[in-house]
Ligand binder design. Structure first.
Ligand code: SAH
Ligand code: SF4
Length: 445
């Protein structure tokens, strides 16, 4: 989501003459796009600002001016605090204000020393200001379909920083997807904090769910792959499961966070489902699409988590078998109910549990990657590799796949889907051989 938002900011600023650079040294403007989800991410902002203070000074000494801005969810949540702790910051603005960026920058440029804070939630439609046809750069692109969240899991700041759940109308999503396809995009990842809660107004006057949206997107000429993230188990409805069975473009790779395997903890987290509900959901997904692989997020050391609760998490992981996962130590966030709990888990216990869980998850990820060796899989070619004649693409499971052969590179434009046999796993990369010399061809405009 933040990568997507950074692209939106870059586009808004391109309109007033800014171009992106690789490093902050000497830049006219530096924006930190921040994440508030865990304390560690939020604290990083202040250490980065410490570094930027020197760069801003260097630029001033050379007679120039560097505007320093903090954007994103830390800005949303801690606007005044940032200005207090880091007075050299010129602008602080939240995720709902990016369309006002050119105007804000113009004001900051006019008046050095004036501080701007904009953390409003607009009354107007959240999606009104999204760029309509973005300059797509590769074969894979993000596409926002939903924003915000109404779930209020007791550990999470998202409902406070990103606001209420809202879905973009179907027609707007399809129009952007068509524009992306016309610019050479072959894979779209639908984005939303709670993406499968999607319920956009359809052209037929009805509300469409994500399954129906995926079916319509799959019809667009050029779109070969569809993904979506992040889903909540409670919102995975029958139609979306059926879409995984019926729509080959919907990739068999789903991020479906469970957080914990203990019913007691799931209840305290306000997740609104049990571990068994999750098991049944996974069974139904696998029945619909047998080659589907799952990833998840986990929190260890949620307040009140006992050794037994944690053992239930390990048990669930052992049963499901994940292709990958993110796991985090519980981090108390200001304003969330769980932060007020008196049964916080000691840091040392969290460390130990995290290490145990990660060991299991890494072993599963490794086993999954190994199990792809010998399989025939379609690879979407994304770019040239480092070696001459080499191509790099991705499997349906987002694994990087390398293909060698000078003839092949000459024959296979970026954006082609190549059916391959996976030969070998080296570290995290797969190496593969195309199954037929010439594959589906499609030139990218
Ligand atoms: N909407 C998604 C999650 C979005 S936040 C869902 O419902 O699953 C991304 C991940 O950050 C979460 O899945 C969770 O594992 C982690 N996370 C969120 N708040 C956290 C906190 N306070 N401490 C530790 N991890 C947290
Ligand atoms: Fe946060 Fe996800 Fe829960 Fe929403 S559903 S509150 S984004 S963890």
């Amino acid at each position: 989501m933040n990568v997507y938002d950074s692209e939106r900011m870059a586009e808004a600023l391109a309109g007033i003459g800014f171009a992106p650079v690789d490093a902050p040294d000497g830049a006219d403007m530096v924006i930190l796009n921040t994440c508030h989800i865990r304390e560690k991410a939020a604290e990083k902002v202040y250490s980065e600002l410490g570094r930027l203070r020197q760069l801003k000074q260097d630029k001033a000494d050379a007679g120039g001016r560097m505007i320093v801005a903090v954007a994103g969810c830390v800005a949303q949540a801690e606007g005044e605090e940032i200005q207090r702790r880091a007075p050299m910051v010129d602008m602080v603005f939240g995720p709902q204000t990016y369309h006002r960026l050119p105007e804000m920058v113009a004001r900051a440029e006019r008046a050095a020393g004036v501080k701007l804070i904009d953390t409003d939630f607009p009354a107007e439609d959240k999606f009104d200001h999204l760029p309509s046809a973005r300059g797509a750069k590769g074969v894979a692109a993000f596409l926002t379909v939903q924003e915000g969240c109404d779930k209020f899991c007791t550990f999470c700041v998202v409902p406070y920083t990103r606001g209420a759940e809202a879905s973009r109308p179907v027609a707007a999503v399809l129009a952007e997807a068509r524009a992306l396809a016309a610019a050479g995009v072959r894979e779209v990842t639908l984005l939303g904090q709670n993406v499968n809660a999607y319920h956009g107004d359809g052209p037929d006057g009805r509300e469409w769910g994500l399954g129906r949206l995926a079916r319509a997107l799959a019809e667009i000429d050029g779109i070969a792959r569809i993904r979506y993230t992040t889903s909540h188990p409670r919102d995975l409805d029958d139609d979306l499961i059926a879409a995984h069975r019926d729509v080959p473009e919907l990739m068999p790779y789903l991020h479906l966070p469970v957080q914990s395997g203990s019913d007691r903890i799931l209840d305290a987290m306000n997740r609104k489902h049990t571990a068994d509900d999750y098991r049944r959901l996974v069974d139904r997904l696998r029945a619909a699409r047998p080659d589907i692989a799952l990833t998840s997020d986990f929190i260890v050391g949620f307040p009140g988590e006992s050794d037994r609760d944690f053992a239930d998490t390990l048990k669930l992981v052992g049963e499901i078998g994940y292709a990958g996962a993110f796991s985090f130590k519980y981090s108390p966030r200001p304003g969330t109910p769980a932060a007020l709990s008196e049964s916080q888990v000691p840091e040392a216990v969290k460390d130990e549990r995290l290490a145990g869980l990660q060991q299991l998850l890494e072993a599963q990820q490794d086993a999954f990657n190994r199990a792809t060796v010998g399989r025939a899989l379609p690879v979407l070619i994304e770019k040239a590799g480092r070696k001459p004649g080499q191509l790099v693409g991705r499997s349906p499971y987002l694994q990087p796949v390398h293909l060698d052969g000078a003839d092949l590179a000459a024959d296979t434009p970026i954006g082609t889907l190549v059916e391959c046999r996976i030969d070998e796993l080296r570290r995290y990369s797969l190496f593969a051989t195309p199954l037929a010399a010439r594959q589906e061809r499609r030139n990218v405009a």
